[in-house]
Ligand binder design. Structure first.
Ligand code: BV8
Length: 228
């Protein structure tokens, strides 16, 4: 059996990382147009870097939860039986990897990586970028930006995601509100291709009506229950 799972901020909520659109969520407190667009970065790089520095600090203090661990078990179990789990995440955290997941397609990038705007080299980053930085590949100073996909930028791995989706028997969306495209369009594409669809979320997403099956509750309970 081949399964494609799409995760969103809801799977990391119980690890203490904020979601975006819930009451008290990140975009309820901060304006995404001032922090998560290339225009915002061009206008005020210090503020944007400080926003991601703070999120990097939160991430380093967080731990994967039972939902991340259950998906890692599912990946290993399917592989043993000759199947495959493709994990596509909109999350920029590394909690799936820390739970033991072997392959993760980060369509919106990774918080613990920075990219040089001069030479395009991507490198791991643990430190603050707002205080100044140097690209270890080209040596230029102050050229690093967060390796994340901002609004208006093209998400990563789109060809691989489409290919894996078309080879899947089941599409499962976990902890995502279905508000951000193209990720939110995957359920429609799956449906059109005749692939079974399941939503696992706290509340019904914007696209809930497109799923064959739905399961609402906290990811730390619903995901292990679905996997076992
Ligand atoms: C693009 C990364 C072109 C950095 C993020 C008008 C109509 C349609 C589309 C558009 C439009 N205007 C503009 C667009 C395009 C735009 C878009 O979709 N905008 C929307 C808002 C209208 N999209 C883009 O710009 C994208 N690029 O389109 O390029 C293109 C595309 C393809 C091919 C060629 C060209 C780029 C979008 C990337 C934006 N980057 N972040 C960062 O994090 O700072 S977006 C941000 O939202 C998040 O980072 C996350 O990645 C994304 C999705 O959010 P969710 O994960 O779903 O989180 P949310 O808070 O919304 O929901 C949480 C869910 O969890 C809820 O359902 C809740 O019930 C649940 N939950 C809570 N607790 C729990 C739980 N579930 C289970 N257990 C719990 N305990």
């Amino acid at each position: 059996m081949n399964i494609l799972v799409l995760t969103g901020a809801g799977i990391s909520a119980e690890s203490g990382l904020g979601t975006f659109r819930d009451v008290g969520g990140i975009w309820a407190k901060f304006d995404p147009m001032k922090l998560a667009t290339p225009q915002a970065f061009a206008r005020d790089p210090q503020t944007v870097q400080a926003f991601y520095d703070a999120r990097r600090e939160n991430l380093l203090a967080a731990e994967p939860n039972a939902a991340h661990r259950a998906l890692a078990r599912l990946e290993a179990g399917l592989a043993e039986r000759g199947g495959r789990l493709t994990l596509v995440t909109q999350n920029i955290d590394d909690l799936h990897e820390r739970a033991g997941h072997r392959e993760v397609l980060h369509m919106h990038g990774e918080l613990l990586k920075a990219r040089c705007t001069a030479c395009e080299a991507v490198a791991e980053v643990r430190c603050d970028l707002a205080g100044g930085s140097r690209c270890s590949a080209c040596g230029r100073e102050g050229t690093l930006r967060p390796h994340v996909v901002w609004f208006g930028e093209i998400p990563f791995h789109l060809d691989a995601i489409e290919e894996r989706l078309m080879a899947a028997d089941l599409f499962v969306a976990i902890g995502t509100s279905g508000a951000v495209y193209p990720a939110a369009g995957l359920v429609g594409a799956a449906r059109q291709a005749g692939i079974a669809t399941r939503e696992i979320n706290l509340d019904p997403s914007d696209n809930a009506y497109l799923f064959d099956e739905t399961d609402y509750g906290r990811a730390s309970e619903t995901v292990p229950r679905w996997v076992e």
